[in-house]
Design a protein around this ligand. Structure first.
Ligand SMILES: NC(=O)c1ccc[n+]([C@@H]2O[C@H](COP(=O)([O-])OP(=O)(O)OC[C@H]3O[C@@H](n4cnc5c(N)ncnc54)[C@H](O)[C@@H]3O)[C@@H](O)[C@H]2O)c1
Length: 371
């Protein structure tokens, strides 16, 4: 597990996924068989690796990646380092014959993302990319409704993602995201970050995307980094995208690190269909059917008589939902150990990068871009 001393690597991948799988005794795959995990942490800083290994109860860590890769007992290479470092790590590990699993985006250009997919395919190694949002409880509830035909024909989808990321100018309010996110030259930008997610989410849940129109902005020009130095933001911190699907559904997704939240969650998506609608958050999914749809009247002279929030029914909690990253990890481990299908490979990850690149081009050229 490489680059896991960072935000995503530590919390979602090491602690919530791999340590959780270890602590539950592995993945039971048949009455007599269990897939077990024995992680080794790799990175640059001995101090950080040691302290993370101690905290997570992991016995093995090293700053010598080559040594870890040469050990045939280590069968999977996972990378959660910052995006621009990904390629050289993945190439090295694929050539060492390791199965590859990594964070998104795999690269910042489609050509590079496709090249990495090809490197893995040429090396004959299994490979996968994190597409965690597919296993969020809210999205799983939504997919069940779609499969049951709840919506009739889906007409449109509106997603609102974001929250206020502090600039760090006020010492009491340090930035809560890494500074490289706001520097294009370091692989930052909300378009490359979030459009990757919207690609696999939309493709898998609503249908393949045909084209995109996108406007990005860098609303805040200066932020303060981890060392307390101010720097110029060269990457977009917000992105306003409209996507047309091959089946005619229209999707609008706003993504922003410069908005304040007055909605149910950090990501909320409304799906409207002929027979009903749903409002989906990370965990919740509330519905309103055609029969339950209120009949409002536009009248600014009186206070709104309808409580619009009250007309939505929460979806019943029928099952315990596991952490989305852990669910995908288990699928990948089964793919490696048992050869079960895993469609979330580097080639599908490259489609996310393609949408981000098309979004950027749409913005630069001020026009719709077909994928
Ligand atoms: N799936 C998601 O929802 C999600 C969310 C946020 C970030 N991410 C992705 O996860 C990746 C990491 O993001 P983060 O927010 O955790 O960033 P971070 O800055 O917190 O962590 C980056 C990690 O990379 C390591 N690193 C940097 N340079 C390295 C080098 N030369 N050698 C070895 N390690 C190096 C750092 O030490 C750190 O451990 C990014 O690609 C990002 O796009 C995914």
């Amino acid at each position: 597990m490489n680059g896991v001393t960072g935000r995503m690597g530590t919390n979602q991948h090491l602690i919530r996924s791999i340590c959780a799988i270890r602590d539950q005794g592995g993945i039971k795959v048949s009455p007599g068989e269990v897939i077990t995990v024995d992680p080794i942490l790799t990175g640059r800083s001995e101090d950080k690796l040691k302290s993370l290994a101690d905290r997570a109860g992991v016995a093995r860590w090293t700053t010598d990646l080559n040594e870890a890769l040469s050990d045939s007992k280590n069968s999977i290479f996972f990378d959660a380092s910052s995006t621009l470092h990904r390629a050289r790590f993945l190439e090295k590990a694929a050539r060492a014959g390791k199965a590859i699993y990594c964070e998104k985006p795999t690269a910042v250009t489609t050509a590079e993302a496709l090249r990495l997919a090809q490197v893995c395919e040429d090396a004959g190694v299994k490979n996968g990319v994190v597409q965690d949002k597919l296993w969020l409880p809210g999205i799983r509830k939504l997919r069940a409704l779609i499969e049951a035909g709840y919506f009739g024909d889906i007409l449109s989808v509106r997603g609102e993602f974001g929250y206020w990321v502090f600039t760090g100018h006020d010492e009491d309010q340090p930035a809560q995201r890494p500074s490289w996110n706001y520097r294009k030259e370091d692989g930052g930008g909300i378009m490359i970050d979030m459009l990757c997610h919207w690609r696999y989410l939309v493709d898998n849940v609503f249908g393949p995307i045909k084209s995109i129109s996108c406007r990005a902005a860098t609303h805040l020009a200066e932020r303060v980094d981890e060392q307390g130095n101010s720097y110029r933001c060269t990457a977009d911190d917000s992105c306003y995208a409209t996507m047309e699907l091959k089946n005619g559904i229209l999707c609008q997704f706003n993504s922003s690190w410069t908005v304040r939240v007055r909605r149910d969650d950090l990501f909320v998506m409304q799906v409207d269909g002929t027979k009903g609608s749903a409002v989906v958050g990370l965990r919740e999914c509330r519905t309103q059917s055609l029969e339950e749809t209120p009949r409002p009247v536009w009248n600014p002279d009186v206070s709104q008589p309808i409580d619009f929030y009250a007309g939505w029914k929460p979806n019943a909690e029928e099952e315990e939902y596991e952490n989305a990253f852990k669910v995908q990890w288990e699928l990948f481990l089964r793919h490696v150990a048992l050869d079960e299908p895993f469609p979330y490979d580097l080639r599908s990850g490259a489609r996310g990068v393609e949408l981000a690149e098309a979004g950027l081009n749409s913005c630069l050229e001020r026009k719709w871009i077909d994928l």
